[in-house]
Design a protein around this ligand. Structure first.
Ligand code: IPD
Length: 265
């Protein structure tokens, strides 16, 4: 494991332990739960506490680095290293006590992700990856599933928080569901991409995910052999992003391109 991957893992573990210890104090009706971009987009005081802990730990050992976090935005720094942090990916699952949420930490050098750690803390699973060095779940090297025909693919997806976007996502889903083995909606993009890496699902797609949702887990999936990218050959970004073994990726890409009403946006 590289030094960056090890540090990301150590910090993600500490944040996950803190969240597991404090989660029982949370309830759906708690005053500690606020909404962000829409009534469905929640943030808890523990998202903020987790991000604060992660920022402090990073800057304690690497004071010149930049840190981009979901809750606090970008903190400037002078080095060519940037950390990309989602303090809780799957906040709604976290709030309801469902086991698919994760602390996600990626490390970029000159804009390229070189290491990542995704701590799916309620499941006791730490996924790590380093560029060119593989993806790991604990001590197990991950290789994902070989490509299957689209009709045999178990496909995970997710939905954003904006009602208009959700309506489009529902429309696209009606075109996907009859053509695949089945659909899963786990509730954490980071955990879902790690599931592609671990072979628990064959593919993942979602339009409108944020960079911090997939920065670390995208490396885990690609180091496990999956292809990750955007629609119409664009690099993966906040546009429709999909991830699957090469071969299945192209089949799913072409289906989504034919269904997605926002494809020319
Ligand atoms: C969300 C989760 C969800 C995905 C949403 C994300 P958050 O992240 O990753 O699975 O479908 O698009 O916003 O808000 O829980 O950090």
């Amino acid at each position: 494991m590289t030094d960056f991957a090890r540090l990301a893992e150590d910090i993600a573990r500490e944040a996950g332990d803190m969240l597991l210890a404090k989660r029982p104090t949370m309830s759906v009706a708690s005053a500690d739960v606020l909404t962000k971009s829409s009534p469905t987009d929640v943030v808890t005081v523990l998202d903020k506490a987790s991000e604060e802990l992660i920022r402090q730990r990073i800057l304690a050992v690497r004071p010149d680095d930049r840190v981009l976090g979901e809750e606090g935005g970008e903190a400037p720094g002078v080095s060519d290293v940037r950390w990309v942090v989602d303090p809780i990916d799957g906040t709604v699952n976290f709030l309801y006590g469902l086991p698919d949420w994760a602390v996600s930490i990626a490390v970029e050098v000159n804009g390229r992700v070189v290491a990542g750690a995704v701590n799916v803390a309620p499941r006791g699973e730490m996924f790590t990856a380093a560029l060119g060095d593989g993806a790991w779940l604990g001590g197990e090297r991950l290789r994902g599933n070989p490509a299957v025909p689209l009709a045999q693919a178990l496909v995970a997806t997710g939905f954003g928080y904006d009602a208009a976007r959700r309506a489009v996502q529902a429309e696209v889903l009606t075109g996907v569901l009859p053509r695949v083995r089945d659909i899963r909606r786990g509730g954490s993009c980071a955990a879902d991409l790690c599931s592609v890496a671990a072979g628990r699902v064959d593919a993942y797609y979602e339009r409108g995910i944020n960079y911090w949702d997939y920065a670390a887990a995208g490396l885990v999936a690609s180091e496990a052999g999956a292809r990750i990218g955007g629609l119409d050959g664009r690099p993966y970004n906040s546009e429709l992003t999909l991830c699957a073994a090469p071969g299945l990726f192209e089949e799913l890409h072409d289906l989504l391109a034919s269904l997605d009403p926002e494809r020319d946006a």
